[in-house]
Design a protein around this ligand. Structure first.
Ligand SMILES: NC(=O)c1ccc[n+]([C@@H]2O[C@H](COP(=O)([O-])OP(=O)(O)OC[C@H]3O[C@@H](n4cnc5c(N)ncnc54)[C@H](O)[C@@H]3O)[C@@H](O)[C@H]2O)c1
Length: 266
């Protein structure tokens, strides 16, 4: 159901790879709520992903940008402002990749060169995006910036490996930059900590199905779907949540607050 919650707002959506991606669902919901968006992803993802299909559906453009490249991010903001006809009101950071997990290196045997790359892509990229926007003054007052995280930032999930550190850093950047951007322009920066979700990045985690089912059984409401995540993101981009900033918001059916559940014990 659309309520024009984002009518007249302009957004940039990072990270739609295919129709399972959280960013894909969020982009669709934002447009349904009256926003105009540009889409972006790493040049390599444009080759094997389906982002152009989404752009066609949403009647917009794709601007390639490697989220670790300041030059690419600067170009992305310039082109988005030009295409959308004004400064930006919301940004979604939906980016994650672990080189050590992808290459099946154990957490007790990490290759640090790869770990640095993982941290750069999955966490420091949020700082780079915020810093470029801040220096260019590319965001309107009361804009909303969101990134996606997982509970492994606070609790230990062995199979999540170095992504746990990435998420802890990502959440810290949201708090730190949330202060500076809030004080300068009333821009808010938040994190949605989402349930396990069946996407390309999600299913890259070892034993994902077992992990997904465990979270489902532990959560009183069950796992939050990608569609539900999109609904939540819309509220965070809307003017209804203007005083929420620097938060990690758990969108996980209650999973993060559980110790043990009757269903998980069966
Ligand atoms: N799926 C889950 O279980 C789950 C749970 C909690 C949080 N998250 C987080 O949600 C976010 C989105 O992941 P998803 O599950 O939709 O999977 P996804 O694989 O669809 O999205 C990850 C995106 O990151 C992009 N990316 C990778 N390297 C990049 C780079 N250098 N520059 C720009 N983009 C780059 C990929 O191209 C892809 O579009 C990630 O931050 C992920 O950690 C996912």
């Amino acid at each position: 159901m659309a309520n024009n919650l984002l009518k007249g707002k302009r957004g940039i959506i990072f990270g739609a790879l295919d129709d399972k991606s959280l960013a894909w669902k969020i982009a669709e919901r934002c447009v349904e709520e009256g926003a105009q968006v540009t889409l972006t992803n790493a040049p390599v993802a444009l080759r094997f992903g389906k982002i152009n299909e989404l752009a066609e559906k949403l009647n917009t453009i794709v601007i390639p940008a490697d989220a670790t490249s300041l030059e690419d991010i600067e170009n992305l903001f310039d082109q988005s402002i030009e295409h959308l006809g004004g400064k930006i009101d919301f940004v979604l950071h939906s980016i994650g990749m672990s080189v050590n997990v992808r290459k099946k290196r154990a957490y007790t045997n990490l290759k640090y060169e790869w770990m640095n790359k993982t941290l750069d892509i999955s966490a420091i990229s949020l700082h780079k995006i915020l810093q470029v926007a801040y220096q260019k003054d590319a965001l309107n007052d009361w804009s909303s910036v969101l990134a996606l995280s997982f509970l492994a930032a606070q609790r230990t999930f062995p199979q999540y490996s170095e992504m746990a550190e990435s998420k802890a850093l990502l959440e810290s950047i949201a708090r730190s930059f949330g202060y500076h951007y809030g004080a300068k322009r009333k821009v808010r920066v938040n994190i949605i900590s989402q349930s396990p979700t069946k996407t390309t990045a999600g299913t890259g985690v070892d034993s994902f199905d077992t992990f997904y089912n465990y979270a489902e059984e532990m959560s009183p409401l069950g796992n939050a779907s990608a569609e539900a995540c999109a609904d939540y993101a819309v509220t965070m981009f809307s003017d209804l949540t203007r005083y929420v900033t620097m938060q990690t918001l758990f969108h996980d059916g209650g999973f993060s607050m559980m110790g043990m559940s009757a269903n998980a014990l069966k």
